[in-house]
Design a binder for this molecule. Structure first.
Ligand code: PLP
Length: 432
């Protein structure tokens, strides 16, 4: 007899997964992806899911973009790995390309594999060249899961608890999260209050001359898609300049068109000392990096940092194709326009729904924050909305310290029809 269970081709693999995969690896949905194309993921049963997760802000050019696939196939047949044994063309071309698309002052690139690894490298560079130990980070931030990046991550206890001792000399200040502050509705007042904490930090806890860097996400990702006032980064730049502290901007999640500009710093018109890149850089292939100023990197002697796999030829080829697609198809602009329209629709849908705290976003980094009946963050309501979306074959993820936010991270080349389908589902699912 053929039962629903035996026709579910996902099940065999899920059972094997339960048996062989380290259970620490949490997955969001119990489906097994077999293939993906554009905005859709197909499971082993052939069911299609509209993907508003993009592998956590990675597939910015959609799944398996033909130009990226072609570049990967061609490169894989030609040269797959050299490590630091030799130079290779793709590495050099990609570094040149990154310098061309990032702010003018940034002109020296290091390539790595993951976001956390790139943040680690950026911190090592900052400490080495300044000779200072201190790092200032922000509450609610996420920078990765290695020891230094865990120490810099304060979005959730889950990421740090029971792993202590963590690296020290890290000083955490509040991020201007207006909605959950005393200044709801007044982002500028919230910003001033957050920045005031620098004075207290520098008089009570650490002398600014002992601080190597400030590290910041231009829009907080894991923290709940929190968009600070546009002047936030400018003010940080001023503080950093005043005390000769380096400003590290972590664009791992916001980069490569996600916020409606190639990089989120362009909204604030500032140039960081170190810009950290990953996720969307290579269309789904593992790659990351950080770009800085030669004046700094020239003080970092050869061999003081390195990697075996970072800047792998196949990943570099994928990144070069991805950047071309982003620019040729004007995808950041598309994310800016469509993101604005979608946000307006979602804000309208949220009207009169007290459990929807706030709808916010920048470009294609959009979020719906849920509250309970007393106005407190509600993980339960966010999870109900995620489950309803899943029933309607729309994949969305949660974020936020309480898991009370759902984040919408579509591919930047989402079609108008796909946007409409998703909006209809989301409008329905907001009524949890
Ligand atoms: N920095 C930010 C802002 C991130 O969002 C992430 C991952 O979500 C990381 C760093 C860590 O990246 P990875 O998971 O590739 O190590």
């Amino acid at each position: 007899m053929v039962t629903a269970e035996t026709t579910n081709k996902n099940l065999t693999y899920l059972q094997m997964d339960d048996e062989y995969v380290n259970p620490v690896l949490a997955r969001s949905f119990r489906i097994v992806a077999e293939r993906a194309k554009g905005s859709y993921i197909y499971d082993m049963n052939g069911d299609a899911y509209l993907d508003f997760t993009t592998g956590i802000a990675v597939n910015n050019v959609g799944h398996c973009h033909p130009r990226v696939v072609e570049a990967v196939q061609k490169q894989a047949a030609q040269l797959m790995h050299t490590s630091v044994v030799t130079h290779h063309k793709g590495y050099i071309e990609l570094c040149k390309r990154i310098v061309e698309i990032t702010p003018a002052s940034l002109n020296s690139v290091f390539l790595a594999n993951s976001g956390a690894e790139a943040v680690e490298g950026a911190i090592k560079l900052a400490r080495y060249v300044t000779g200072r130990p201190g790092i200032i980070n922000f509450r609610g931030s996420f920078h990765g899961r290695t020891f230094m990046t865990m120490a810099l991550t304060t979005s959730k206890l889950n990421y740090r608890e029971k792993y202590e001792p963590l690296p020290s000399s890290i000083f955490t200040l509040p991020y201007p999260y207006t909605y959950r502050s005393h200044f709801r509705g007044n982002p500028e007042a919230c910003l001033e209050d957050s920045l005031k904490q620098f004075d207290a930090l520098f008089t009570q806890i650490v002398h600014p001359e002992q601080v190597a860097a400030i590290i910041v996400e231009p829009v907080q990702g894991e923290g709940g898609y929190i968009v600070p006032p546009v002047t936030f980064l400018k003010r940080l730049r001023q503080i950093a300049d005043k005390h000769k502290i380096l400003l590290i901007v972590d664009e791992v999640q916001t980069g490569f068109g996600r916020t409606g500009k190639m990089f989120a710093i362009e909204h604030s018109d500032i140039e960081p000392d170190i810009l950290v890149l990953a996720k969307g850089i290579a269309g789904g292939m593992p790659l990351s990096g950080f770009v800085s100023r030669k004046e700094l990197t020239n003080k970092w002697p050869a061999g003081r940092h390195g990697t075996t796999f970072g800047g792998n030829p196949v990943s570099c080829a994928a990144a070069l194709a991805t950047i071309d697609v982003l620019l040729d198809e004007k995808l950041p602009e598309r994310a800016a326009r469509l993101g604005k329209e979608m946000l307006e629709r979602l804000k309208k849908a949220a009207e009169g729904k007290p459990h929807v705290g706030e709808v916010r976003g920048l470009g294609f980094m959009m979020a719906i924050e849920f509250s309970d009946k007393d106005g407190n963050p509600s993980k339960e309501n966010a999870e109900k909305a995620v489950a309803k979306c899943f029933e309607n074959k729309l994949l969305v993820l949660t974020a936020g310290s309480h898991g009370h936010v759902i984040r919408l991270i579509p591919p930047l080349n989402l079609s108008d029809d796909e946007a409409e389908s998703a909006l209809k589902i989301l409008e329905k699912c907001m009524s949890v």
